[in-house]
Ligand binder design. Structure first.
Ligand code: NDP
Length: 312
């Protein structure tokens, strides 16, 4: 068990964490950055990123994250491929313990732990995980070339995933629980114009079936009404796109959060309810969830941490 001190501990390695690393290292704060469970964060599971400023021709998600990591290291951020398991927020410096039991005494902490895809909670999702069930079309879509798949959800993510899969797969069902898509108009239009996407409105999934993997889904339409009916669709892949939940479990009952677990920040800054702990990126952003916004808040958190260290 080792113990060390740091002025800034950054937890997370998405656009927020790496941007905080760039700013904190350029301010000579020698930050320590723990990459967490998914180094590079959610964008490592995307293909093309077309809306991050500065890449007029777009860039692949994993390439962008590699470049951000490199930029971070160039100014001296120490990056560790490990997980922080607990943070004692009751006294400063904050005692943070990693998966090996090593202790980091941090004067400030920047929480940039991101968010993860939600699942419906069906036992079959567990049963067929990796055997037809996925929450990332761009990671796993390739396995379903020329096959039938379903995407669950009616938001922009679901539409994006359905459109992506429609270029690879034979047929895509979009399972939407309401009688409308919540997605933006442009996405709605693109999805409705695709001949091989069938939208199943007012539908929920009861379960999945198949011998060695998913072979179909049992769907209930107009649940609880006199028009209720149950039918099967034949699919090989079942993709979840019903939103995300913030990765904030280790801060439960320690930092103020909303009912969904998003960390609250105060006074127009990235300051959390505990002095010296800052939050950035999707873990504190239920609204925008965009890489460029996460990067911006990572910059803000680093500047807030720098100011805090000067004042204390
Ligand atoms: P959203 O929260 O916008 O949508 C989630 C969808 O999943 C909704 O249609 C919701 O249904 C449905 N859903 C939730 N829980 C269940 C459930 N248990 N069973 C069935 N359906 C369920 O999440 P997104 O990830 O789509 O988007 C999040 C944010 O990111 C949005 O602001 C979005 O605009 C943005 N975004 C932007 C993109 C872009 O601009 N290119 C791409 C992707 C995301 P219901 O409508 O009934 O609540």
């Amino acid at each position: 068990m080792n113990q060390e001190n740091t002025k800034v501990l950054i937890i997370g390695s998405g656009p927020a964490g790496y941007t905080a690393g760039i700013y904190a290292s350029r301010a000579n704060l020698n930050p320590l950055l723990y990459e967490g469970q998914q180094p590079g964060g959610q964008l490592t599971q995307t293909t093309e990123i077309e809306n991050f400023p500065g890449y007029p021709k777009g860039i692949q998600g994993p390439d962008m994250m590699n470049e951000l990591r490199e930029q971070c290291e160039r100014f001296g951020t120490q990056i560790r491929n490990r997980i922080i398991e607990s943070v004692d927020v009751t006294s400063r410096p904050f005692k943070c313990v990693d998966e090996r039991g090593d202790i980091i005494m941090a004067d400030t902490v920047i929480v940039a732990t991101g968010a993860s895809a939600k699942y419906l909670g069906l036992p079959d999702e567990e049963k067929y995980r990796g055997m037809g069930v996925s929450a990332c079309a761009t990671c796993d879509g390739f396995f379903y070339r020329k096959k039938n798949v379903a995407v669950v959800g009616g938001g922009d993510t679901a539409c994006e995933e359905a459109l992506y899969l429609s270029t690879i797969c034979h047929k895509v069902y979009l399972i939407v629980r309401k009688d409308y898509l919540r997605a933006s108009d442009v996405m709605k239009r693109r999805v409705s114009e695709k001949e091989n996407i069938t939208i199943l409105f007012n539908c929920n999934t009861l379960g999945l079936f198949g011998e060695d993997g998913v072979e179909g889904a049992k769907i209930i339409e107009h649940k609880g009404t006199d028009r209720e009916q149950i039918f099967d669709i034949e699919i090989d892949g079942f993709f979840l796109a019903i939103g995300h939940r913030p990765n904030t479990e280790i801060f439960k009952d320690k930092l103020a959060m909303d009912s969904e677990g998003y960390i609250e920040t105060f006074n127009g800054t990235q300051q959390t309810s505990v002095d010296g702990i800052f939050a950035a990126g999707d873990c504190c952003d239920p609204r925008y969830r965009q890489a460029v916004v996460a990067a911006g808040s990572g910059c803000r958190a680093a500047l807030d941490a720098e100011r805090f260290l000067m004042e204390h």
